[in-house]
Design a protein around this ligand. Structure first.
Ligand SMILES: Cc1cc2nc3c(=O)[nH]c(=O)nc-3n(C[C@H](O)[C@H](O)[C@H](O)COP(=O)(O)OP(=O)(O)OC[C@H]3O[C@@H](n4cnc5c(N)ncnc54)[C@H](O)[C@@H]3O)c2cc1C
Ligand code: SF4
Ligand code: SF4
Ligand code: SF4
Length: 597
């Protein structure tokens, strides 16, 4: 009987007087080697509003979690503070614990006494302990003023829009469809395929790119859940997670609109185009790029390698053209920046292509001039070994000693200070000069600005976190697949695309999407309609002025608000607050930290 009463009370507990439990975690010595956790727990047990305070070796372990559940169920605890590691690591874990115990998961505060205390005050145990107490007290003050929030639910279109129809876009659409999700590919070119349309034999499988493409195209055509729009020119992307709208001009000139719950960016890359005169490119005859050599090889008959009507008996590859550039040495791009990143795929591709030249035309002499050989993938080093065995001659130059090309009418002379022969200056004569050009992201400035996408210093699209959230854009509902994000080969592209599709499918698995409730809320009674706050908001559509019963008011769109708090800072009458992070909560936290003793 008594149990039943407690269970009922636990369900409805936030309406009751707050009963707060505090748990201080040792983090297996990470915290307790510096902070006196027993003292923190003892201090917290005495703090007003705290019903129980405990310390434990690993709060995130199942035993640690059970401690909390027991206290909620047996003692009627209805607010919880855990002083432990970083909230990014375990805040969700503990919110889940509250939910499992039957109380509102937002009646929880996570205090970081590891990164903010024990790790940064290793030499001052007393000071660290005092700081841990203060921060935990502030956490209690915050949770005491916490409302039982509910996740915001937005209805979602059960469809993913895939922008770009190269290997990444096709793979992403197929993977999404494989999970039962409708996918729409929007491709600007007249045909699907991206760079697969250009490449010849591709590593690691040794298949022709055309047959890889054919397989993709057949699978896409056979999949009823995939719609393809080629020759499509996007002129608007708007909306938010669950409700994106993409307008585009179709190849027949008509306009179309796609509504999608999620978007996968698969806009791929462009080949670096050398500047006029860069190693003789665009000025001297017979200076081509690696993609040009791949095309030449694809189309050349057996027996004789020809370029521009002339037999090629020797060719020299120069690596890192347009990649790993050095400021002040290389000519910058239009935005003033050099491409200082490694394009990753070009070393392997150059060696793979050199091996094919050797197979088809064994008499052609190949020279390979490199700074580093970066054949990083599984068994890719084999291509380097094969090239060495088949007679490709390698020269290595230092970062600052770029090869110098002197081009005559019939042949080129490349001067290299060769590290492999103790910096001897060597001269290489070659009929054809092949610049191993790198990758640059497709020009997606328009899409990036419409969709407010983060772009890295290298101009590729940026993910939230390379390890923890590797295919997610910072904006909810937008995912990144393939070389739109960074140079990748086809294997990596396929893996990234499948991951992006899985993420989109998880997001759209339910008819509506739960969003965190930490968004701005307007107190209509206090709002004077002054209009100061929308001007501060950087998120289009998140905060607008509206009229209600003849009164001007600020109005928040919770699906678009990011909870940044910029609006809160300018309101002269404290009429707007971010739920879960209100000014009253901040005031109380600061007071707790500033209080003597
Ligand atoms: C010289 C060279 C050789 C290579 N050889 C190999 C190899 O042998 N093996 C291997 O595994 N990998 C190889 N790669 C890597 C391979 O090319 C890439 O991994 C792969 O093509 C990436 O596919 P993607 O879909 O990301 O990009 P892409 O193939 O570039 O496709 C992007 C697509 O998006 C479209 N698009 C762009 N912007 C928009 C827009 N605004 N709206 C709509 N559509 C848009 C483009 O038209 C394009 O169709 C090579 C790369 C290079 C540079
Ligand atoms: S992969 Fe090789 S050629 Fe390409 S940028 Fe990196 S080091 Fe240079
Ligand atoms: S909290 Fe930030 S995103 Fe939300 S309405 Fe205010 S300023 Fe805009
Ligand atoms: S700044 Fe404050 S008072 Fe002015 S419109 Fe915004 S919420 Fe209302």
């Amino acid at each position: 009987m008594e149990e039943n009463i407690k269970d009922e009370a636990a369900k409805d507990n936030y309406r009751q007087a707050p009963k707060t439990a505090v748990y201080v975690c040792h983090c297996g010595g990470n915290i307790s080697d510096v902070v006196d956790v027993k003292k923190v727990a003892a201090e917290m047990a005495r703090y007003p509003g705290v019903a129980v305070a405990r310390e434990y070796a690993f709060m995130c372990s199942s035993n640690g979690q059970d401690l909390i559940i027991d206290d909620i169920k047996k003692l009627g605890v209805n607010r919880v503070v855990v002083a432990a590691c970083s909230p990014s690591l375990h805040e969700l874990t503990f919110r889940g614990v509250l939910q499992r115990a039957g109380i509102n998961p937002y009646l929880y505060e996570h205090v970081n006494i590891r990164e903010q205390v024990s790790w940064v005050h290793k030499a001052d145990h007393e000071g660290a302990t005092a700081k841990a107490v203060k921060l935990t007290q502030a956490g209690v003050e915050k949770v005491l003023r916490q409302d039982p929030l509910n996740a915001i639910r937005v209805a979602a279109e059960p469809r993913v829009a895939v922008i770009g129809g190269g290997a990444a876009g096709m793979k992403a659409a197929l993977a999404a469809a494989g999970k039962g999700l409708e996918a729409v590919i929007i491709e600007k070119a007249p045909r699907l395929g991206g760079k697969l349309l250009e490449l010849g034999k591709v590593y690691p499988s040794g298949e022709q790119a055309s047959s890889v493409l054919k397989k993709f195209e057949d699978l896409v055509a056979a999949e009823k859940l995939i719609t393809v729009h080629t020759g499509a020119e996007i002129d608007f992307v708007g909306g938010f997670v669950g409700n994106f709208k993409i307008n585009f001009k179709k190849s027949d000139g008509g306009m179309a609109q796609i509504k999608a719950g999620a978007v996968i960016m698969a806009t791929g890359f462009e080949h670096y185009k050398p500047h006029k005169g860069e190693f003789g490119f665009g000025e001297a005859a017979n200076v081509v790029t690696l993609p040009d050599l791949i095309t030449l090889l694809k189309n050349s008959p057996a027996g004789r390698l020809e370029y521009a009507g002339k037999e090629i008996k020797s060719l020299a590859l120069i690596h890192c053209v347009g990649s790993r550039q050095i400021e002040g040495v290389n000519q910058p791009q239009a935005d003033g920046k050099v491409n200082d990143y490694c394009s990753r795929v070009c070393c392997t591709s150059a060696l793979y292509t050199a091996n094919q030249v050797k197979e088809k035309y064994p008499a052609v002499q190949i020279y390979d001039i490199y700074r580093d050989i970066r054949t990083y993938g599984m068994r890719h080093e084999d291509y380097y070994e094969k090239a060495s065995k088949d007679g490709v001659i390698f020269f290595r130059h230092a970062e600052t000693d770029q090869p110098i090309v002197e081009s005559a009418r019939v042949a080129h002379t490349v001067k290299v200070k060769d590290v492999l022969t103790w910096n001897e200056e060597l001269e290489i004569k070659a009929d054809l000069l092949v610049l191993v050009t790198g990758m640059m992201p497709s020009d997606i400035k328009f899409l990036a600005s419409q969709m407010k996408l983060a772009v890295g210093a290298d101009r590729f699209l940026q993910e939230v976190h390379p390890k923890l959230r590797p295919v997610e854009a910072a904006n909810s509902g937008i995912f990144i697949a393939g070389t739109a994000q960074a140079p990748m080969d086809l294997t990596e592209t396929a893996a990234a695309a499948a991951t992006a599709a899985a993420k989109a499918a998880i997001l759209l698995a339910e008819p509506d999407i739960p969003l965190e409730p930490f968004v701005a809320v307007v107190d209509e009674a206090k709002c004077t309609g002054c209009g100061l706050c929308p001007a501060e908001c950087s998120y289009e559509g998140a905060l607008m002025m509206t009229e209600k019963n003849g009164k001007k008011l600020a109005q928040v769109n919770p699906a678009l608000c990011k909870g940044c708090g910029a609006c809160v800072a300018v309101c002269p009458v404290r009429a707007i607050d971010v739920a879960g992070w209100t000014l009253d909560q901040f005031d109380a936290m600061v007071d707790a930290i500033g209080k003597e003793g």
